[in-house]
Design a binder for this molecule. Sequence first.
Ligand code: SF4
Length: 331
Amino acid sequence: MSEDIILRLENVKKYFRLHANILKSLLKKYKEIKAVDDISIDLKRGETLALIGESGSGKTTIGKLIMKLINPTSGSIIFENENINDFNKEKTAEYRRNVQMIFQDPYASMNPRFKIKDVLKEPLYIHNIDGDEKTYDDIVINALKDVKINPPEEFMERYPHMISGGQRQRIATARALILNPKLVVADEPVSMIDLSTRAEILYMMKELQTDKNLSYIYITHDLSTARYFADTIAVMYLGSIVEIGDADEIIDNPKHPYTKALIAAVPDASSGRVNIIKELPIKGEIPNASDIPLGCRFHTRCIYAKDECRNYIPKLNNISERHSVSCILTE
Ligand code: SF4
C-alpha cells in the first residue's frame, strides 16, 4: 500500500444478528442486518473522504468500525499498512491516540460537571501523557488557541453550559486534536449548530487539516457541506457504496440515480427552495437493512429501474479515473 494512503477498507462487512431464540440460533434461522456490505475505500493522507447517505445507509457503522468501537464481520481495516484487527492492547492504545472522533452532539459528549479545562485534560490522563498540571494547562491553552477560543485562560474555567453551541463544537474539536491524531472521524460535526456558524467551524477544521496534515472521514447527509469540505465523496445506500469520486465531479456530474436524487433534494442557496436538478427524485422509504432487495438494492425506489434490475447486482465500475458508479445504466 502506498505511503500516501493512510486508511484502507478492504471488502469490509458488518452484519448484526437480530434477536433469535436458542433454537433458531442453533438452526441458523435468524435475520441479519447488513449494515455494511462489502465496502472498499482508500483515504489519502491529508485529505477528506465524505460518507454521504440517509440514516440506515451504514455510514455511522463505518465510523464505528474505523474507531475500533466494533469489529468487522469480515474484511480488513488497514491503518498505515497495518490491519487494526490484529492489534494487541498496546497497539490498540496507540491507534486510539492516532485516530480520534468528533461527535454530532458536543454537549452530550461532555461531562456537564467538568470545566472546559477538565474536558480537554481527560484524554491526556486516559493516555498517560507525560507532564504535570502546569504542562497539561499549557497543552489545553494551546489547544484552545488552535480552535480560536479566546481568551483561553478565561474559557478553560467555564462549564459546557456557559458557552454557545459553536464554541462547544470548537471545544469538541480541540479535545479530538489534543493528542495530535493523524486521522479524525467527524460524525455530522456541524448538524446541530446554526447555519451561520457551520461554515466557520468547517473552515476552522480545514485550516487545522492543513496545519497538522490531518486526514478526515466526514460523515454527513449534507451534500453542500461535503462539497466544500471533502476531496472525495462516497455515496452510500443500504450498506453499499453506489457512487464514489472527486467531490466536485460527484456534485456536478452525478451518475447514479440515488446520487441524483440526493442532489435534487439540496435546496438552491439563492432561493432556498428550488432544486439543483429538476427531476422526480426518489420513490418511497429506504428499505429495512434486514430485508435488502434482491438485484440492485436501489431498484424499489429507482425511477429508472428496468426488469433486469430486480435480479442483477451492478458492480462499482470506473467511468473515469476517479469516478465509479454501480448502476446498469453506466455499464
Ligand atoms: Fe436504478 Fe437499475 Fe441503476 Fe439500480 S441498476 S440504480 S435500479 S437503473
